[in-house]
Design a protein around this ligand. Sequence first.
Ligand code: ADP
Ligand code: GLC
Length: 484
Amino acid sequence: MKLLFATSELFPLIKTGGLGDVAHSLPNALTELEVDVHVVLPAYREVLSRIDHIRVLGWLPLSGGREVRILEAEHPEFSAPLWLVDAPTLFDRPGSPYTNPEGQDWPDNAQRFALFSEAAAQLALDRLDLGWRADVVHANDWQTGLVPAFLTLDKTPPRSLFTVHNLAYDCQVDFGTFQSLHLPTHWWSMEYGEFYGRLSMLKMGLVFSKLITTVSPRYAEEIRTVEYGYGYAPILDAHADKLVGILNGIDDDIWNPRSDPLLAARYHADGKIRAAKRANREALLRALDAPEAAIRQTGALIGSVGRLVHQKGIDLLLDAIPALLAGSDSQFVLIGAGEPKLERQLKDLADSHPERVFCFIGYSETFAHQLEAGCDIFVMPSRYEPCGLNQMYSLRYGTPPVVRATGGLADTVEDTTPRSIARGEANGFVFVEPSSAALQEALERALEVFEKPKQWLKLIKTGMRGDYSWRRSAESYLQLYRPD
Ligand code: ADP
Ligand code: GLC
């Protein structure tokens, strides 16, 4: 089976969130299942600067008489060949894949990703005459929403699958912009891409793809409700027969406390977990310039890593921290970047509690690994979470997660109750209401169990022994890729 995987992010070359991780791990897992995978990504400036072996494959014709150069790259992290769509006027820029260095969306994102999507579809159809035509094309989020649509312009198109990683993000354009995109005019209609008077790239993906997947089973149900559906619920209802939820996995080579080169002390479920976590705690706090007195403390260290945005409920955590500091001897470490207001609030909190609250504002893979290993408890109070990877990293690293009951968090974390502990199923703590009071209550429950070393160790081990590998998910995708 030949599969083209189209993505706008790819770890370790370019990543803003979990999509980058998935685009790295899933194709690798599929290659192991003997799928002939090619991955296609825009040739961003940052990507080109990180790759040594590149060759030109040729010039691919596009609509409107345009052409785009296609490169092939090799990288030791990927088992699948990587194709890069090289349009320097659109992708040779500083900043993130979607924003300028100041964090504002590029005004021409519609043009950038329409061109990328068209190029991906043409590559799948072998319009570059490489002798490789895809049987299946897997597109991801709005950035590749037009891929399934472009494919349908062929008489015998490959099967297409569109994964929703996050329904809250879309690119919607007015009629004038639509006209500049070289798209068939009938796509501007309610039946296809029109969404409240604009063209929605996300809706195009939902409508034109043969199958839609979400990154957890719970999220597939949630997005059909008004609360989580962002206006797309009726569309998803209409396409419910092609909607399936498949839980993401994690890369268990990169996220493995037994072999993680970024840790001060490595450990595994049958070894000396406590001593190793203590050493990792100390290394983490030192790296964050914590004072000696803070490093010597023995209360629980509670951590979080993630984008500082409304979705992640980080404001709920910031609101709950003062009361938790007053009522316990816990300490906090938060790593993240995002909305300036949340960054400031976090910094202020750390400044006013120099021995109890530590933060790193910015993006650091190294700190993310060290935090997972050095903390006792991990928090993810997300308002919604299509899947979430960090709760799985923390389970693997023996850092029981405290999460809100939504999306992939609900699908991976089993709340601690006397019954779930007795059955050996408990691996974390779950709360329902999206409020700081409910989060505080869940953290207090976690702190109580933390004080009971035997129970706590049981919880840690249940998490560490769980199977979060990609293999199972990759097999589920493989079934969907096969024709009905
Ligand atoms: P999302 O994709 O919504 O941001 P996920 O939990 O799926 O959430 O994935 C987030 C990924 O990005 C994880 O690998 C996480 O460790 C990483 N990440 C997010 N923010 C940071 C940061 N500030 N520093 C390091 N890693 C981060
Ligand atoms: C999105 C979601 C996150 C998910 C990730 C990878 O960014 O917000 O929950 O884990 O995609 O699928």
